[in-house]
Design a protein around this ligand. Structure first.
Ligand SMILES: [Zn+2]
Length: 174
């Protein structure tokens, strides 16, 4: 498991200041403080507005790192982060698939039928999409979202127009 004794990969040396004290795993990657936590810890972290990645207190504006389906559905179980932390994460560790940085101020804590907590996103200041360590193109984002929406369209054709409008509102300009 992780220990601070592991050296960070040299190509990751540009860590945001807030992330410099994070533990480093044996492959040289920083370990987010609250990535895999039980529901009780999840509640404490979210209620106290701590960053999922660095563990420090969040400001008024927070950032959720979302897959396309969560961005469209505005529901997630991921804990919010600082912009610098989330942006670094999306650029270095998110892999090839499209991820959204959902930048917002308001969100509500909900519970599912098994009493597991999750978050309903209530507003959106701005969304940024990343793929393969860089900003994703409009086409990449459209494809990523569409692949997740195909079933929804088949099942509820009457909602397809609303879905199309929603998708348009989330796409980057280029
Ligand atoms: Zn942070």
């Amino acid at each position: 498991m992780s220990t601070t004794a592991n050296p960070l990969r040299p190509e990751l040396a540009n860590l945001p200041v807030r992330m410099r004290n994070l533990p480093v795993d044996d492959k040289g990657y920083p370990v987010a403080l609250f990535d895999k936590v039980d529901p009780q810890c999840w509640m404490l972290v979210v209620e106290n507005a701590l960053c999922r990645i660095c563990g420090e207190r969040l400001g008024l504006r927070v950032v959720f790192v979302l897959d396309p389906a969560s961005a469209v559905g505005r529901v997630t179980d991921s804990i919010p982060a600082h912009y610098e932390c989330a942006n670094w994460w999306a650029c270095h560790l998110a892999g090839e698939g499209c991820v959204a940085l959902w930048i917002c101020r308001h969100y509500a804590i909900m519970h599912d039928r098994e009493r597991r907590p999750y978050i309903r996103l209530q507003d959106l200041d701005r969304v940024e999409w990343y793929a393969g360590g860089r900003l994703a193109t409009r086409d990449e984002v459209r494809r990523a979202i569409e692949s997740g929406l195909f079933n929804a369209r088949e099942e509820r054709p009457e909602a397809a127009k609303d879905l199309n409008r929603l998708v348009q509102s989330l796409l980057p300009a280029r």
